[in-house]
Design a protein around this ligand. Structure first.
Ligand code: GLP
Length: 243
């Protein structure tokens, strides 16, 4: 694993954007695995800026997002489809037909998950997967548990995840209880993974995930076994890492 420690959030976002830019330049028809959450917003802003300057072309890129709340429509401003449109896709020249987010409105859980795995396989897997890190160690919505669930599946969200994400909703009652998420196996098959971690609040979980034992209790810890992971963070999140 390579670690890039930047001084602050803005610089960490630019490092992550550098890696994604290099991927898009080296392989214009690449498959990007994308994440939501507040952490990658700065990275997406930076990609938009570079696109506007004429430095990046997303016309052949395909994207596959990690997860989506079950029950939310793409128009719902808390859905991850809405997030991706309004933070990235609406501002770059990616063809929206080439962007995939699990279908939150598909009531048949098995079908939703099967269809998404098919999409990932049909695209030959993900070239570069971007990940954030939940405060309980989740990646995508793979919550702490007794097993590493491999494929796309439907999860019941942990209460602390619902509480952490409640800040985006009008009330706690509106926070969905379930989500569709790529599994650990789907994530681990990505050829390259970039994990972005910023802020003091991530310090403890980053330490557990990358310097502690590999355990399903900390889902991100499995990333220690991937052969090409880049951890991009800022000083407050990476305080415990050797320089
Ligand atoms: C959400 C998402 C994750 C994300 C995590 C961290 O629940 N499903 O993909 O990485 O939370 O979010 P943040 O970046 O806002 O801390």
């Amino acid at each position: 694993m390579r670690v890039f420690c930047a001084a602050d959030y803005g610089r960490a976002s630019r490092v992550a954007a550098n890696i994604i830019s290099a991927q898009v330049i080296m392989k214009p028809d690449c498959v990007l695995g994308l994440a939501t959450g507040s952490t990658p917003i700065g990275t997406y802003e930076e990609l938009v800026r570079r696109y506007e300057q004429g430095d990046l072309d997303f016309s052949k890129v395909h994207s596959i997002n990690l997860d989506e709340y079950r029950g939310l429509s793409p128009e719902n401003d808390q859905s991850y489809r809405y997030f991706m449109n309004t933070h990235l896709f609406d501002f770059i020249n990616i063809d929206k037909k080439n962007t995939y987010v699990p279908d939150g409105l598909e009531p048949d859980k098995e079908k939703a998950c099967r269809d998404y795995e098919e999409i990932i396989k049909a695209h030959g897997g993900v070239d570069l997967q971007i990940l954030g890190l939940g405060h309980n160690g989740h990646i995508g919505f793979n919550e702490p548990g007794s097993v590493f669930e491999k494929e796309t599946h439907c999860v019941t969200l942990a209460e602390n995840t619902r509480e952490a994400n409640a800040r985006f909703f009008k009330s706690m009652d509106e926070v969905p209880t379930e989500a569709y998420t790529m599994g650990i196996g789907s994530i681990m098959r990505a050829r390259k993974i970039v994990v972005i971690v910023t802020g003091e609040s991530k310090r403890e979980i980053v330490k557990k995930a990358f310097l502690g034992p590999v355990t399903p209790e900390v889902p991100a810890s499995i990333l220690q076994l991937h052969s090409d992971v880049i951890l991009v963070g800022d000083e407050p999140a990476l305080t415990d890492f050797p320089r």
